[in-house]
Design a protein around this ligand. Structure first.
Ligand code: ADP
Ligand code: MG
Length: 254
């Protein structure tokens, strides 16, 4: 078992310069996230959560401090190297799903494999995309375009897309922000299952109800960590779904 923390942040900082205005979105965050953790970042709007997630996801470079992913420094890598790192290790899920509109669910899920190194053959891409859609309970929705799917189903397609390269780390920025509460709990049940299978998950939420499903809650304020708390007894999303189904049995999962 590799005991190096999957994520190591040391005085991580990100400053945006827009014209004369300088915004210190993240100012000196130091923390570790071990393999297998399920962490929620919380904090008011503007506290730097998305900036931090984009940095963790190698979508953006920090302007100060260090970020080690799997023990290797991320700073000073060029765009191409970052893209390779991201593609290999990280899956990303967004609040607004970010699916291609005129593209079927299956093709959306195949997309990240187009850039995979080493190359994945076309039949294998298809086979893996089908398996990923099955895993999120959308086996019969391959041909649907995003507009033909509910918000919850679109987010499942996005999660399938995030998982198709078998990442070690899943990052999700307010993944339930556009979903009703029952669908949100279904997504959390899936995340808990994924986490139990070994994937490290870091997500942003501003809902305490959602953070209660995570094992650790980091609260940010003004770009810094305000508190960092372990949750010894995360709520079980599956148990919650079963309870809700007892109250209203007509609603089924997926
Ligand atoms: P949160 O996700 O917690 O709402 P953000 O990380 O989006 O916070 O934003 C943190 C701060 O950085 C805010 O003041 C925001 O306006 C600023 N910010 C975010 N992205 C940019 C950007 N691309 N350019 C300039 N300022 C930005
Ligand atoms: Mg945000």
């Amino acid at each position: 078992m590799n005991s190096t923390p999957l994520i190591q942040l040391r005085q991580l900082a990100k400053t945006y310069q827009t014209g004369d205005v300088m915004v210190q979105a993240v100012r000196g965050v130091t923390l570790d996230i071990a393999r297998g953790e399920f962490v929620a970042f919380m904090g008011t709007s503007g506290s730097g959560k998305s900036t931090l997630m984009n940095t963790l996801g190698c979508l953006d470079q920090p302007t100060g401090g260090d970020y080690l992913l799997d023990g290797a420094g991320v700073a000073n890598r060029n765009r191409q190297q970052l893209a390779v790192l991201r593609n290999r290790k990280i899956g990303f899920v967004f609040q607004s799903f970010n699916l291609l509109a005129r593209t079927s669910a299956l093709e959306n899920v195949e997309l990240p494999m187009l850039y995979a190194v080493p190359v994945i053959s076309r039949p294998e891409r298809r086979q893996r995309a089908i398996a990923a859609l099955e895993k999120v309970g959308l086996a019969r929705r391959h041909d649907h375009h995003p507009s033909q799917l509910s918000g919850g189903q679109q987010q499942r397609v996005a999660i399938a897309r995030a998982l198709v390269n078998r990442p070690e780390l899943l990052l999700a920025d307010e993944p339930t922000g556009n979903l009703d509460s029952r669908t949100s709990i279904e997504i959390m049940a899936f995340f808990q299952e994924l986490n139990a299978s070994g994937i490290t998950i870091v997500m942003v939420t501003h809902e305490l109800d959602i953070a209660a499903y995570c094992q650790r809650v980091v609260v940010m304020r003004d770009g810094a960590v305000l508190s960092d708390t372990l949750n010894d007894q995360p709520r079980s999303a599956l148990a919650e779904i079963m309870r809700l189904n007892d109250l209203a049995p007509a609603v089924k999962l997926s």
